[in-house]
Design a protein. Structure first.
Lengths: 431, 458, 311
């Protein structure tokens, strides 16, 4: 594309999410569609979008029922949005929300759409259970049977052992390792200590609680099913309490194991959405313009045989994105690094500080440098809020956009790692 | 909302017979407002021969109402407007009053009697003031005597006010219509020529922007719906914890939700900012949010006392101060077809507890009496921008909150008024919508009860 | 490993046998407690066996793929069959060789010690093959007697007995141990203690259910009781069913073999994987051409196998 092609701003107008709930708790009986619809309803209510035809709605879920093949569209139809609002589903593991929002921002920039809603939802509590492959094969055979006899013959093959349902795995399919086990390996390789992980986790809880108390989330969160705040948040946590927990990942590292339930994100249910639009659309609808969605970059690493850590893709994406935009970490006012695990954030930051890593792996002349911790996840992040996989992108974009609102030209950096060695980084600019 | 099974039963053929023979209260099904229904379903008789009486008759005629000076002895009538504005001594009351009395048996269900007279405080002449006060007394008593859902209310005219003022027409229309279904034995003072009549009476709030606090449920939600129905763009406000219901109400009224703790120091500014961002104007503020923390005073703890005072009155005082300091909360430009001007509106929720007091509610009553005081004192501050501030004091209203009252207590509370039933949230909302409308520009500083003429604190 | 030998006896042509019948025969032998009798007990049969194979069916390929969760064989992007599937095709011929009356070691209870494969040329599905198997190198082991079974696989259309030899598409050396039978004497016991096992950084974790043996058996036809039922395993002196060694090989190689072949790999088995099991696995890049594999029990820190792939 020629450099002079005019590209419009993609404006972040605002966001809405439901409070995130620890799995099998408050939202145990809510489906992905229930939660996404509720988050959309809150967004519609906040910005007066009733009857509005939105350019498109992009959202997704990582763990999704096959019946939710059209999750976003079905959710839209449950809201007061104009039923002529198109929607499509996105899936990029934990980066689903970021990809949905980023791709919509591109559509706005190109003039393809005037407005868009991006986001995501995930439910561990309502995750689809799958029957065993054997049972599935038998049921499909019975389904294809042409006579009752054939059907009975097929069904007679069912054995008790076939009936145990299989929960969806959160393990990496190619390694059989859970994300936590992968991260434990990376954390060990980068020499990340228990102490620094616990400190990061504590800061996350304190920052989130403070933001809630200051009313920061008043126009970002709409309660759902009686839950008014993220119920994983522990405002009264302390390093002593965190220090007492036993490691849950990397246990084969023995006394070198550092990852506990507190410095890892819990399984969580929730949904988040972000409203984007062109300047003209925002103005015509008297809507606020919090920030511009400047750019985003997808990354992936070869983690299968351990050549790189599973959750290190953002380290690479960041380098490409910063180079493309001629920016350094010095240029950023705030950093939102998704806390899949405390060690994820710390490993990424160590990598950016490492001359060797930046030279050998990122092909840079000098390290990207260190990140000022007072600018990091200032309104809390996933360790405190929880991490309903596909919802995290929406939470982060809306939070950061609000932080940057009223700071025209100030930049915010986003990093979200994802399963499969994926990751996304993004830049947004206050206005 | 609590279900009033008794009223439903009493309105069945069997129920009617039974309740009548047993001498039980006979709550009528009240005529309520619908934009499609006629203003008043039948003939309106206007009594009195003053200029004001003529002006009122003309006004009614302009609304295509069947207006008569006289009707036959058997003819059904829907309302009587009895104009007493020229009474100078108590003896002057008899002619119109007796004429009125003769018509009462011809009134149909949910009928209306409206008395019109001059403000007693407007004269220093003892006989004149006595006569005027006399109208008040006879109106209140008549309200008790009305049957089948009928009401009696008064319109009090400022000493020199032209009866053709928009405020008089507005009050008249409100009292005749189903909007005032649960208002009885009450008086609306019209003290200025401010206000304007709408081009379309079914959309009296067209183009206006209204904030409603405590809008997530109950009366607040009903206010939001009715302001929306009347044409306003609504900003429903409630505490963040009530956000889910708030969103639901907001989407119903196509508004923009604002999750806000109204006791926050910047609450008023955040409301102004929100209104400016989304609508570029703010015309109506309804201070509906309120809490109860009932306890006998002997057992009252500081938290109960202070939270009720903070939410129910202090927050309103703080927000009003911000609104009144803002040029933004203003619209003195002409709005009506008659060129009348109409300023901003503030309507606060008071309570009959604030008028009569209630056992266990010293804190609540203090806050609600406070509202009544605040409203009367703030009125002057709004004059310059032709704005008004009024309060509405609901009586027993069937809400989620009153549904929690034990059955027997609730049943007594329900029947303890002239209409023998509890009101509905929309009855309160209709009154608020009236006071918020441009047509109510002549009325300010008033606390209007929506209580079916509750016996308590009358 | 040597290229195709040319100096051995004319191969004996056999039909590819059914493994189930071979196991039945072996079990009967074991029950009769007979040592295969005919011929010299210390001498391996001289004649290789040669069997024609109609080609690995697409159905079998799909079963194999489903078992290991690999990429689909679409005949374009993935056409070359995995080495372990080729091994599966040849395995009955190995078994037939070892079941012959002149084979000196009893088949039942034979332990697979290692496997080395050279995959010279790609082999596709439904490609007719010839499978040549011979026994070599009968020798002592500290716990019994070991033997190499050499398998070479050729296209159906080449003359495997031709002078000068023909390069096989695929060849392997499988080393088996017959425990407790010291036909070749006892070795020196100096290689008893290796260095203590220090596990590498794991790169994967295999969760194997109790049915892992049966699942591999369903694909390979190798229903050796030691793999498919814990009763069968107990009868043969194992605490419970153990997974096939070649299952580990298949899993270790899945997705790593080059499409154009020309690679070689090996696996050496140590502690058996008793089911159910969690196997910690590491794939380490030694250099640009070599990957080293290790599988171990993460709890007991005991090595199950080591392997290597050289491309």
């Amino acid at each position: 594309m020629p450099a002079e092609t005019p590209v419009r701003n993609a404006v972040i107008i605002g966001g809405n999410r439901i409070p995130f709930a620890r799995a099998h708790g408050k939202y145990a009986k809510a489906s992905n569609q229930d939660m996404l619809t509720s988050a959309l309803n809150g967004l519609v209510a906040r910005y007066g979008l009733q009857g509005e035809r939105i350019g498109t709605v992009a959202a997704g879920a990582v763990l999704k029922h096959s019946k939710n093949f059209n999750l976003s569209r079905e959710s839209v139809l449950g809201t007061p949005l104009d039923p002529a609002t198109p929607a499509f589903d996105v899936q990029m593991a934990c980066a689903t929300g970021m990809e949905a929002i980023g791709s919509l921002a591109n559509k706005v920039k190109l003039g393809q759409i005037e407005s868009g809603i991006g986001g995501g939802v995930d439910s561990i509590s309502d995750a689809p259970l799958v029957v065993t492959d054997e049972l599935r094969a038998i049921l499909m055979e019975a389904n294809r049977a042409r006579s009752v006899g054939q059907r009975l013959k097929a069904l007679a093959k069912i054995r008790p052992g076939h009936l145990a349902p299989q929960a969806p795995g959160v393990n990496e399919p190619r390694t059989g390792l859970s994300m936590g086990e992968h991260m434990a390996i990376t954390a060990h390789q980068w020499g990340i200590t228990r102490q620094e992980q616990d400190e990061l986790a504590l800061a996350s809880h304190k920052n989130l609680a403070k933001a809630y108390d200051e009313g920061f989330f008043d126009d970002l969160v709409t309660p759902f099913k009686g839950l008014t705040r993220d119920n994983n948040m522990r405002a009264d946590s302390s390093l002593e309490k965190l220090g007492k927990l036993s490691p849950v990942f990397g246990k084969d590292l023995g006394d070198q194991a550092t990852m506990t339930a507190a410095n890892s994100t819990p399984l969580t249910d929730g949904a988040a959405t972000v409203l984007l639009g062109s300047e003209e659309w925002a103005d015509a609808h008297d809507l606020p313009k919090l920030a511009n969605f400047v750019d985003y970059e997808e990354g992936a690493v070869d983690f299968v045989d351990g050549a790189e850590g599973l959750l290190m893709a953002p380290a690479y994406a960041a380098a490409r994105m910063l180079t493309r935009n001629g920016l350094t970490f010095e240029d950023f006012e705030y950093f939102e690094i998704h806390e899949a695990f405390a060690s994820t954030v710390l490993a990424q930051m160590k990598a950016w500080e490492s001359e060797e890593f930046c030279r050998e792996k990122l092909g840079l002349d000098a390290p990207l440098g260190s990140i000022d911790r007072t600018k990091l996840n200032v309104a809390g992040s996933s360790l405190a809020a929880g991490h309903p996989f596909a919802a995290t992108g929406g939470r982060i974009v809306a939070t950061l956009a609000k932080q940057l609102h009223g700071k025209p030209g100030k930049l915010g950096f986003i990093s979200v790692c994802a399963a499969g060695g994926l990751g996304i980084t993004a830049i947004i600019e206050g206005r | 909302m609590a279900k009033d099974t008794y009223t439903e039963f009493a309105n069945t053929p069997l129920g009617k017979r039974l309740t009548k023979s047993l001498g039980l209260p006979q709550p009528a099904k009240l005529r309520r407002y619908s934009p499609q229904a006629p203003l008043i379903p039948g003939t309106v008789v206007v009594l009195g021969d003053s200029a004001a009486s003529e002006a009122i008759a003309q006004q009614l005629l302009s609304w295509d109402v069947d207006v008569r000076r006289h009707v036959g002895a058997k003819e059904k009538i829907a309302a009587v407007v009895a104009v007493f504005d020229t009474v100078a001594t108590p003896g002057d009351l008899s002619q119109v009053t007796l004429e009125l009395g003769g018509l009462l048996k011809q009134l149909g269900s949910s009928s209306r009697v409206i008395t019109v007279y001059r403000d007693p405080a407007g004269t220093e002449d003892p006989a004149a003031r006595a006569a005027r006060k006399g109208v008040e007394g006879l109106t209140r008593s008549l309200a008790h005597e009305m049957r089948a859902g009928g009401t009696a209310n008064g319109i009090i005219l400022e000493e020199n006010l032209d009866a053709a003022a928009p405020g008089v027409a507005g009050a008249l229309r409100f009292l005749l219509s189903g909007r005032s279904a649960f208002v009885s034995g009450q008086f609306i003072t019209v003290s200025s020529v401010n206000g304007s009549l709408p081009a379309d009476w079914s959309r009296p709030l067209e183009g206006q922007v209204a904030v409603v606090t405590g809008a997530a449920r109950g009366i607040g939600a009903s206010i939001a719906r009715i302001l929306h129905r009347d044409g306003a763009q609504v900003i429903p406000v409630d505490i963040p914890a009530a956000g889910e219901q708030l969103a639901q109400v907001t989407n119903e009224v196509s508004g923009t939700a604002l999750q806000l703790d109204i006791t926050a120091a910047d609450a008023g500014q955040r409301i102004l900012d929100h209104a400016e961002q989304h609508y570029g104007r703010l015309d109506i503020v309804v201070h509906n949010a309120g809490i109860t923390r009932d306890k006998l005073l002997a057992n009252m703890d500081p938290a109960r006392w202070e939270s009720v005072i903070a939410v129910n009155i202090e927050s309103q005082l703080r927000m009003n101060k911000i609104f009144l300091a803002s040029e933004f909360f203003s619209r003195s430009e002409p709005t009506g077809p008659d060129g009348g001007s109409s300023g901003p509106r503030i309507v606060s929720l008071a309570s009959t507890s604030g008028i009569a007091g209630n056992r266990g509610q010293t804190n609540y009553a203090a806050s609600k009496s406070g509202v009544i005081g605040m409203v009367s004192a703030t009125s002057a501050q709004l004059q310059a921008r032709h704005g008004t501030i009024n309060a509405v004091a609901p009586g027993f209203i069937e809400t989620e909150m009153t549904a929690k009252i034990p059955f027997a207590t609730r049943e007594v509370a329900r029947r303890l008024n002239s209409l023998n039933q509890g009101g509905r949230p929309e009855d309160v909302a209709e009154t608020i919508a009236f006071l918020a409308s441009p047509a109510a520009g002549g009325t300010s500083g008033l606390t209007l009860r929506v209580c079916g003429q509750n016996l308590v604190g009358a | 490993m040597t290229p195709a030998a040319t100096s051995f006896e004319e191969p004996r042509r056999i039909r590819t046998p059914k493994l189930s019948r071979l196991y039945l025969g072996a079990a009967l032998d074991a029950a009769r407690n007979t040592i295969s009798s005919s011929g010299n007990l210390r001498v391996l049969p001289q004649a290789p066996v040669l069997a024609s194979h109609p080609g690995i069916t697409l159905e079998q390929v799909e079963q194999y793929r489903a078992l290991f969760g690999g990429e689909v064989f679409d005949g374009v992007h993935r056409r070359s069959l995995p080495s372990v599937l080729v091994h599966i095709a040849a395995f009955p011929v190995q078994m037939a060789l070892m079941s012959q009356d002149d084979f000196p070691l009893q088949l039942m209870g034979m332990v697979h010690l290692s496997n080395q494969v050279e995959h010279h040329q790609p082999i596709g599905a439904e490609e007719a093959l010839q499978i040549l198997a011979r026994a070599e190198n009968l020798r002592a082991h500290r716990r019994g007697t070991q033997v190499d079974i050499v398998v070479e696989i050729f296209s159906a259309d080449v003359d495997v007995t031709a002078d000068g030899g023909t390069q096989p598409l695929w060849s392997s050396v499988s080393t088996y141990l017959n425990r407790g039978t010291y036909l070749a004497g006892k070795p020196d016991r100096n290689d008893e203690q290796g260095p203590a096992f220090v596990p590498p950084t794991k790169t994967a974790s295999w969760k194997l259910g109790t049915d892992a043996g049966r699942a591999y058996a369903a694909v390979s036809g190798d229903y050796n009781p030691i793999h498919v039922s814990s009763l069968g395993a107990k009868a043969l002196g194992m605490p419970s069913a153990i997974v096939h060694g070649m299952y580990s090989a298949g899993r270790m190689l899945e997705g790593r073999e080059p499409e154009q072949a020309g690679h070689r790999w090996s696996i050496h088995f140590e502690a058996p994987v008793t089911l159910p099991a969690t196997v910690a696995f590491a794939a380490e890049e030694v250099d640009d051409h070599t990957i080293r594999f290790t599988g171990w029990n993460p709890r007991k820190v005991r090595r199950h196998f080591t392997g290597e792939l050289i491309i």
